[in-house]
Design a protein around this ligand. Sequence first.
Ligand SMILES: Cc1cc2nc3c(=O)[nH]c(=O)nc-3n(C[C@H](O)[C@H](O)[C@H](O)COP(=O)(O)OP(=O)(O)OC[C@H]3O[C@@H](n4cnc5c(N)ncnc54)[C@H](O)[C@@H]3O)c2cc1C
Length: 493
Amino acid sequence: MFRNFRSPPPNRNWKPIIKQFERAISKDGVVRRKDELLTYECDGLQAYRQRPAVVVLPRTTEEVAAAVKICHDNDIPWVARGAGTGLSGGALPVENCVLIVTARMKRILSVDLENQQVVVQPGVINNWVTQAVSGAGFYYAPDPSSQIICSIGGNVAENSGGVHCLKYGVTTNHVLGLKIVVPDGSIVDIGGPVREMPGYDLTGVFVGSEGTLGLATEVRLRILKTPEAICVLLADFATVEAAGEAVAAIIGAGIIPAGMEIMDNLSINAVEDVVATGCYPRDAEAVLLVELDGLQVEVKANKRRVTEICMEIGARNMTSASDPETRAKLWKGRKAAFAAAGHMSRNYFVQDGVIPRTKLAAILREIEALSDRSGYRIANVFHAGDGNLHPLILYDRTVEGAFEEVEQVGAEILKLCVEAGGSLSGEHGIGADKNCYMPQMFNETDLETMKCVRDAFNPKGLANPGKVFPTPRTCGEAASAQKLEQFKDAELF
Ligand SMILES: Cc1cc2nc3c(=O)[nH]c(=O)nc-3n(C[C@H](O)[C@H](O)[C@H](O)COP(=O)(O)OP(=O)(O)OC[C@H]3O[C@@H](n4cnc5c(N)ncnc54)[C@H](O)[C@@H]3O)c2cc1C
């Protein structure tokens, strides 16, 4: 797995180590009771569970550094955790590990409106950043649908995206600098208040590294001026293909909306059942949401053009909203789409893959065929402008073998994405969920090069071991032979 990683002894004497953590952090910042540890045994990918040996809850960079140093000196693997909403098992504990949770690191450290930046601790919740600066006419652009619960540290580690990332870019485009604790416990500053920094772009390397290079303890974020005008359009279509065609045509016309999202019929009905927006026609095969922003004059012109394009392609109806309340109502269903899936089915598995925008219609047809063959219903919600698909595969975990079958359906979807020239993940990361698929996208030399970067920061392999890269234990010969068998079966559905 890691060049220097040794599995931790299962019978470690934790007592003296706990004492060290209590001295470094505080007694109430160390969780050791089995029932309390249950809270931390999984992230949003609830099918994978592992109880950590200890949880620590530091409040400052120095406390994080002390905790990491104790792990380093005692060869203890550790995993960073923010809010635990990740969907790829990134914050899933490993056996006998320490989980370092940033839930108490919730301070906004500085706000510099003139230079359009804020510095926050990693446990700050995503939408607190916008709340802190919106009164002065600013906002923080990356807006995952989980923005009311997920942490900035988790966003940095996953390079999270959101509905407004089409025009403004994902998290990496908004992080100017970081204070990080690297796995030997040293505190390092990377990036800074100005964009043009000499040397390697270590901020770029760290963002998206999924907790394998260290733990971010301060994050310097770029904030943007709230646009003069915003308009949301909702177009409903008789086919998903037509909605996909409209996306390509809008971008082809030179318009870059702030966000462009599609939901299919299954998702439309789920959100209407749950949040009853009354805006999404239940008989539409797809709705397309387009948000336009900028100067008044520009938004007005683009609204006219987008409406024309959608109508030419066959939109049945168009609704638009410029005032904040109605705009929020139009977005409400999209933001609630994952939660609504939970009302359609006892369980669901969210996949996250990327395809070139132009292949939307073809891949959606293949996903539909896969759903028919496998017998699992698949609802589609996606960041259409980015080609980032989120098929939600509905199943019932109490049915024996269902989860394994659903994982294979998910694997088939990812295979389609990669074969179409896309990617294994748009925003949810690789974590423990997709590490075995990495060789589908990267050859051995590519992976070795990435591992060299990881090993430079994390030479003992103690920071989030077993994530991102395929490991012999989870993807080795025995594991892959078993997976291959299932895969063959999946093809015969
Ligand atoms: C309903 C729902 C909707 C979602 N919608 C979106 C969406 O639209 N877009 C999107 O991108 N994601 C989405 N997600 C996924 C998830 O919310 C994001 O990945 C988010 O960034 C995770 O943040 P977190 O604080 O929960 O991180 P966690 O789950 O706690 O951790 C995620 C990863 O970050 C690492 N980590 C956490 N904190 C730090 C730190 N300070 N330093 C270094 N590493 C750290 C962990 O080790 C782990 O690898 C959604 C999830 C749910 C449940």
